[in-house]
Design a binder for this molecule. Sequence first.
Ligand code: HEC
Length: 248
Amino acid sequence: MKNLFAIIAIVGSFFATQPAFASGGEVLDRAPIDVKDEASLQAGARTFVNYCLNCHTASMARYSSLRAIGLTDVQIKDNLLFTAEKVGEMMNTGMTRKDAKEWFGVVPPDLSVEARARGADWLYTYLRGFYRDTTTPTGWNNTLFPRVGMPHVLWELQGVRVIKEAPKAEGESHGPAAHVVKFETVIPGKLTANEYDVVARDLVNYLVWMGEPHQVARKQIGFWVLFVLGILIVLTWLLKKEFWKDIH
Ligand code: HEC
């Protein structure tokens, strides 16, 4: 009986598959994402294609992969193809690396697996951490990524904010999370603060999904495999009991 519990415990521990992303000690806002939420993934894909592919690439992702989140080829073609002509093409940017280097000082990194590199919470905090700062080359700064080379590309949605009060961050390279900083909105955006958070959530959700498009199917298959194994363990144990019943 003890063994049975041990086996169940080991099997159970496989369910805790999500790694906790170790971060550099900074406080992050928790991203309330759900990669099974197709509406959220579609909204995130739209924001990504509209606002991010101008500078970044996602060279491991094809537009056609968006079929997996419930979009048809016609929908992809009509609404999302800006930097490509065919649905089967990779998500590339219209900008050359040389131009990017000249304009931003750094080449915007490929975002295919950015969510796996940084983690969802980091991205969520980052996308909500931009503020106006006239001392930087772009005129923008970020609480989590001080003096980042990327401008606040979603400013029309979020509005223009300045920092009113920010506690000192512990590390040198990282700033405090957006939720502990007091911002003041100087030009309101098209969205309310809550609506902007939803846009950021959906975008991060999409980035996480894009980093590993098969994760939903993989987890479902994993669940059923473990479920069937669990039943087999119980049956085996019952069988063993049956065999040994008369021997003692
Ligand atoms: C105008 C060009 C431009 C656009 C548009 C843009 N970015 Fe960036 N992004 C940059 C540059 C340049 C950097 C590099 C910043 C640095 O290293 O200082 C960057 C860096 C980043 C990073 C940090 C990468 C890392 O791990 O260091 C993330 C995440 C990111 N961008 C996400 C996005 C998302 C999501 C969008 C769409 C909402 C977007 N970017 C749109 C130019 C852009």
